[in-house]
Design a protein around this ligand. Sequence first.
Ligand code: PXG
Length: 291
Amino acid sequence: MGNVVFINGEFYEKEDAKISVFDKGFLYGDGVFEGIRAYDGKIFKLDEHIDRMFEGAKAIMLEPPYTKQEIKSIIIDTCRKNDVKDAYIRPVLSRGIGDLGLNPFLSKKASFVVIVDKLVMYPEEIYTNGMSVIVASTVRNSTNALPPMIKSLNYLNNILAKIEAVNADVFEAVMLNEDGFVAECTGDNIFIVKNGVLITPPKEAGILVGITRNEVIKIAKKNGIPFEERLFSKMDLYVADEIFLTGTGAEVVPVTKVDKRTIGDGKPGKITTFILEEYRKLTKSEGVPIR
Ligand code: PXG
């Protein structure tokens, strides 16, 4: 795989792909990003990811240096230059170069970067046997402080919970919100199944509204799986019949242990398995062609 990175209008080899230390993304995490996936030469849900990035930018009053259409072309072009079929695509939009102060409006122009890399996936074994997770003691950012809806460059909240996961020898940690309700994981949304009903926390729980999450909800509705968006607690996780996580990289991951409690019969559940299959069908059939 070739490895060229788009930075503000030019392509650079990986070794030369550098950003100024005065970039506000580096100094303060002032910016937004996306994680997109390409399957077999097609970019999955590209418009949805660009829309989410633009919404985040709008919320933080960051003027993107390109239009949505231009960004779409740049992303496709960067994939083409890297000659990839299956890839992880990381657009980053930062406030750009400024002084050492906080005032974002002193930066004249936002920076835009596109990195195309190999996908780092969970081991395949996890999709057949299920994943173990913990509930983190780190609470998800408050919506009134740093809205999780904004996929900002400031991921320390998630990283603190991820440290707990790694220390506990698991891949993911569930994060509760300030009220003690389940919000999401460090880089994945969460669903449970109880008595045949599929349940996921609403946006108001303080979550990043995942693009995979949205697709899973569509799959459930289309196939007549009873579905509710509502708050639930850590206890509901412990006694759920099925649990799965969703994310661009993860797709649909069965969870079979939470805080050492076995979920259901300890194997990926029926609804989880069905949704994973349907989601994988979608990723194979849709997408914006790279060539
Ligand atoms: N919640 C959070 C907090 C996320 O960061 C998701 C949910 C899932 O959203 P999508 O749109 O992908 O269905 C994410 C996104 C990684 C990594 O390397 C993963 C994400 C973000 C950054 C890095 O695993 N997931």
